[in-house]
Design a protein around this ligand. Sequence first.
Ligand SMILES: N[C@@H](CCC(=O)N[C@@H](CS)C(=O)NCC(=O)O)C(=O)O
Length: 280
Amino acid sequence: MADTSTYTPPKVWKWDAENGGKWSSTNRPIAGAMEEKELPVGKHPHQLYSLATPNGVKVTVMFEELLALGKTEAEYDAWLIKIGDGDQFGSGFVDINPNSKIPAMMDHSTATPTRVFESASILFYLAEKFDAFIPHEPSARAECMNWLFWQMGSAPYLGGGFGHFYHYAPFPMEYPIDRFAMEVKRQLDVLDRNLADRKYLSGDEYNIADIATYPWYGNLVLNNQYEAAEFLDVASYKNVVRWAEEIQARPAVQRGRRVNKMSGPEELQVQNRHSASDIS
Ligand SMILES: N[C@@H](CCC(=O)N[C@@H](CS)C(=O)NCC(=O)O)C(=O)O
């Protein structure tokens, strides 16, 4: 690899707010609220504040799956959080998620409202609350959690690593693209080997491990994000492609993908969702 770097790190890192990257207007090295801003509250028990990124879609798919199963008490209002405009730094949002990242949820059906942040924490909370999409038997439950936690630990290499440098960075850089492409291909191979003799990630049943993993790795192999299908030769991960196609065909997944969406064809966007009829 050619040594093309002209950058020498200073003794102490300093924030360059104008570094020009895709997210430079919102990325910052400090936490906490930047402005007073209350969040709206709708009439349903669950108030979701989110955006249809892979982490956001996990939760809207979960809600739509629960409703499709007939769990009417899983009704929810989904409010759009525009992370490009900095909505995640408003005081109301930070009260729910001190980490200032979507998705975040309030459950108003508990004695005092319960805040839930981190996508896997929300999936687990809803799975336990509605006794759905999580196995009961201890070994099966452990295997489900293995893959759920695998996803949470792995996807940052795909999104923050590979996706950032391949798709969003202001110019192509060989070293990080090479490093993260190698890791993402290794992860796809992990998934592919696991799915060789299993229908779903943790066995025969579709559950929160699949719901968490599809929006990242499913969308990647179906070329729905980063336009990297050819670069990563995703077609060679045949079991992952089979699994992703099957999940993508589920009506609840089709519905969940559209909630809090603010890009793509306008007729597919449901920026705020308050009832089933909002998704035509
Ligand atoms: N580990 C978190 C990650 C959430 C996350 O990274 N959310 C991104 C969108 S996918 C976000 O809100 N970014 C806004 C920001 O970084 O300011 C989860 O799974 O909930």
